[in-house]
Design a protein around this ligand. Sequence first.
Ligand code: ARG
Length: 606
Amino acid sequence: MKPICDILEGRLTAVINAVTGQTNAPALVKPAQNPRFGDYQANGVMALAQKIGQNPRDLARQIVAQLDVSDMCDEPEVAGAGFINFRLKPAWLAERLTEASRDRQRLGINPVENPPVTVVDFSSPNLAKEMHVGHLRSTIIGDVIARVLEFWYGDENKPHDHPDKKIIRQNHVGDWGTQFGMLLNYLEERNFPPRQEESALNEAAGVKFLDFDISDLEEFYRQAKERFDKERDFAQKSREWVVKLQTGDGWARVYWINYVQISLQHCQDIYDTLGVKLTRADVRGESFYNNKLASVLSELWGANLLQESEGAQCVFLEGFRTKEGNPLPLIVQKSDGAYLYATTDLAAIRFRVDELKAKRIIYVTDARQKLHFEMVFTCARQAGWAQEEVMLEHVPFGSVLGDDHRPFKTRAGENVKLKALLDEAEARARRIVEEKNPGLPEEQKQKIARAVGIGAVKYADLSNNLVSDYVFDWDKMLAMEGNTAPYMQYAYARVQSIFRKGEVEPEQLLQQEQGLELTQPQELNLAKLLLRYGETVEMVSRDLRPHLLTSYLFDLAQSFSVFYTNCPVLKAERRTRTSRLLLCYQTAQTIRHGLGLLGIETVEQM
Ligand code: ARG
């Protein structure tokens, strides 16, 4: 089924075209802000009337006279300065929602036609350090964007290596560059661990012979960084190690591969705990592009875009200026020959467009990288690596703050480690379960604690407007009231308990001939909202703003509450009972599915 917005938009646009001869005039149908004016509203006529010099209300009336939506709506009304308002017919609503409820897989939502191959670049931590709270948002938000698009593109059941897979996750980890030079130098100095026999070299790829874990690496890194910043000699030697690594020195690579493996294993553990759909197969780190950087330079040179400035190779792009108003260069090679973060990103765009065939590339990073991406995108377009039909999108987000409204840190002023944060989330949720439901079996308590704890952290992050900073507040995110994960999970569990109490099997309910019959205003409101799920998913896949989905789910849960308080379900007479049970069922399905797109689990009982 097409979203209702799209059906109305399609029919209106056709009539607009017939009446005015304008082929590119959108009707701009949106859900109505105020239910007093109906369910949907078209705002496009005003701009069009202005463009072609007509009275907007007259034009709207002409259009309405030609429009046939009698199957689904009451007579449309022209209002205000030329709005067109639509009110859906209860019988049509009921029929549509009944049909949607019988589609258990997709809830009546068709995948979009011909979706573009889309790369979602997210998480992408710099390796050699433990993942910390700074990596939380890209990981969570990127995961949701990938899940929503996967569903919208009808891709969710295709395995990762399916030839037609449209969603390609890329974990662009920082596995290259100075930090590794520092580590290698540090290792060599400490003669630690001893070099093994030459044969170890041959087994290098993937062989784990360094018996460290991530906390050792973290400690080495800390010490190496301290010395790097203080001791010239150490810094110099570290840079030499970077060069050795880049030119393929055997031992440098052996140690490096080991470091990377240990780090990636740590990241994978975090992803698994978080329930984020990233695997080792999605990792394509900066090192992958190492042998592609020289040609980035030569092609920029060939395209006449390179300029030398203070010994560095730069691209000067129109429109980019420093605070003082001077031209701001995109530096692609430093005077010592080293390549930069931007160079790798240019190589990555080429690879994604040419090899992965991407038509849409989405980058999820914090807002401080905004300028970086603007420059990289502009440069890639000028160099001809991304034609106009390739969409390049940066999804910037704000910071996680502590209750002092400064970047979230531990008491000691250190970055908060993700592992510790997620453990605490689970422990706190566990205490809530213990309080509310002490009688549950141990295993179930554990499962609920995990779903609620991790869910709360994710939901709190996603329910904010992306670009705003937000304060990390345990009590708020774990509250059972308000726009939180526990509230949504509870709403789901509550519907499930109606089914348990009434001993109703959803299977049987769906097999019945009888569908929905909507009469009460609370039933109608809930039904309309349920049918807006597809539109919401569509909006998120277009605008990449997950909070639209959390707001929708919150509205839905509240609308369900109002319905449930006013309309008895199990005690209603037979036909009404069936219809209301179907409403309950579809509410639960939608919440479960919506939370699923947010990467949040539901539980049957709380
Ligand atoms: N590693 C980078 C960081 O930690 C993020 C990489 C984002 N992706 C990209 N293609 N630049 O800031």
